[in-house]
Write a protein that binds this ligand. Structure first.
Ligand code: OGA
Ligand code: MN
Length: 290
């Protein structure tokens, strides 16, 4: 197994690891170390199966159950695809069922809107389009490091509020009352230090709707500033998918977004597993604000 950094401190590529053959605890150790160090790990692989993806994901922790709204809701997979889960036929980009694809084109951190925020997401390419459909990832760790000392001091102790009802409203999507029933507004610390190495990052992106206790206009202006800052080209990696690629991003330290492809003509299927952050467990109850 070989770990090749893409950059001094953000992103690395791993070759020579066959996830489908099963990954031992000893083999996983350098993967976890690379994840903590680089926030983004790309593993060149043969396409995973659902079973091998789950087994590999569980090395990171417990897989979250997917909420209502995704076609794979109720399983541990979030399905990012234009292929109808029941018929296998493609769904055109303007179909209501493709709203989550549109939502994914906003910069975001997965599951920031959940009472327990996420450690990481693991996205596995099962079918990739001939053109387009790249994924962009921005490092909020690099972005944080480049902030002025005054700005760092200003945001150090802040909590932000997150809501998926909010982020979906930005793209004109409304959940049904039934879907909204188990959706909350939650609060998490905006600036967070990685427990393994102390590197600070920010939990920002489309789900962040305000700073706790602030007027929303002012809170959003700050959050949007921080997101614009972190998504400047120097902090962004754009991944062009190859068949079978597996990408792991640190939801504590990155935001990411999907980019367009021709959903009428191409097929794309990505399966995502999402790991809850064990360090966020203590926050479970107090995180829910509304
Ligand atoms: C995700 C996501 C982007 C993409 O799986 O969480 O945002 O390019 N995916 O599919
Ligand atoms: Mn996502």
């Amino acid at each position: 197994m070989e770990v090749t950094p893409l950059n001094a401190s953000f992103g690395c590529e791993i070759t020579g690891l066959d996830i489908n053959a099963g990954v031992s605890a000893a083999q996983f150790k350098p993967v976890r170390a690379a994840f903590e160090a680089y926030s983004l790990v790309i593993i060149r692989s043969k396409p995973l199966t659902d079973e091998t993806q789950i087994a590999f994901s569980e090395h990171f922790g417990k897989c979250e159950k997917t909420l209502k709204g995704n076609p794979a809701a109720g399983s541990v997979f979030a399905r990012q695809s234009n292929i109808d889960i029941n018929t296998g036929e493609t769904i055109p980009a303007d179909d209501r069922r493709m709203f989550y694809q549109k939502a994914n084109m906003q910069w975001h951190a997965d599951s920031a809107f959940k009472p327990r925020a996420s450690l990481c997401s693991i996205l596995s390419a099962r079918e990739i389009p001939g053109a387009g459909g790249d994924t962009e990832i921005a490092s909020t760790r690099l972005g944080y490091a480049a902030l002025s000392d005054a700005r760092k001091a200003e945001i150090e102790a802040l909590y932000a509020e997150y809501s998926i009802v909010w982020s979906r409203s930005l793209i004109g999507y409304q959940f049904t009352d039934e879907e909204r029933a188990d959706m909350y507004r939650v609060r998490h610390k905006l600036v967070r230090a990685n427990p393994a190495n102390g590197a600070k990052s920010m939990l920002i992106g489309a789900h962040a709707m305000n700073i706790a206790g602030w007027e929303q206009d002012k809170g959003l202006a700050l959050l949007n500033d921080l997101c614009d800052h972190c998504t400047q080209p120097e902090f962004v990696y754009r991944h062009q998918w190859q068949d079978g690629d597996v990408m792991i991003w640190d939801n504590r330290a990155c935001v990411h977004r999907a980019t367009p492809y021709d959903a009428g003509a191409e097929r794309r299927l990505m399966q995502r597993t999402t790991i809850a952050d064990p360090a966020a467990e203590a926050l479970d109850q107090e995180a829910v604000v509304a």
